[in-house]
Design a binder for this molecule. Structure first.
Ligand SMILES: [Zn+2]
Length: 209
């Protein structure tokens, strides 16, 4: 199914997991929102990971083939990271897991971040604030905010509460930040209701017997 027909899914409560959810089966057919370069740009915009002006500049300065190549890199990164998360969700990470995260550190070496003091535009109490900027030198630099989101997931998130939706055919993952850690579904609208309907049907069937 064409990703342009349906907005990307952001329900994971953690940007790194939202990235894993950039391929999903919301109805019957699989949708991959980053299946090409245009898709990657659109997904990054929806995820608010890259400023819109940067995406526009990237689009005008790069060839479609260059952007498609970065999207392919992003998909490879996504599936490698999915393996990491699937193997470790439900328990805290340990220092031993660091070795497997080496690809993220290798990508970070190419990042060109710099800090800048700017006026606080939010109207808060501080007049000045420190902002992190990035030089977007090549289409590949579009991977950097994704790498950052994945790194934040492993550094800040308690993997004990990283879960896969219990929907039988659902592949969506999320960080369960509910108070009792009782979240079971990607969303009530997608899998929660499906489960309720299935349970209801089962009860009806049992009554018929
Ligand atoms: Zn689900």
């Amino acid at each position: 199914m064409d990703y342009r027909q349906i907005p990307a899914i952001f329900l994971a409560d953690a940007p790194g997991l939202d990235f894993l959810n950039s391929v999903a089966t919301p109805v019957d057919e699989e949708v991959d929102w980053i299946s090409d370069g245009e898709g990657l740009l659109a997904w990054l915009e929806q995820a608010e990971l890259v400023p819109r002006a940067t995406l526009a500049a990237m689009r005008s300065q790069s060839t479609p083939a260059e952007l498609d190549a970065v999207a392919a890199q992003a998909r490879a990164l996504r599936e490698w990271f999915r393996g990491f998360v699937q193997k470790r969700k439900g328990r805290p990470l340990s220092a031993r897991d660091l070795r497997e995260l080496e690809p993220l550190n290798q990508l970070f070496e190419r990042d060109e971040q710099y800090a800048e003091i700017v006026a606080d535009a939010t109207g808060g109490t501080s007049i000045l604030e420190l902002r992190a900027n990035r030089r977007w030198k090549s289409p590949e630099s579009l991977l950097m905010p994704i790498v950052e989101a994945l790194a934040k997931l492993v550094c800040d998130e308690d993997f004990t509460h990283v879960k896969a939706c219990e929907g039988p055919r659902c592949t969506l993952m999320f960080a369960d930040h509910t108070r009792g850690h009782a979240r079971r579904w990607c969303s009530m609208a997608i899998c929660g209701n499906r489960a309720k309907v299935a349970a209801h049907r089962k009860r009806l069937k049992e009554r018929e017997r």
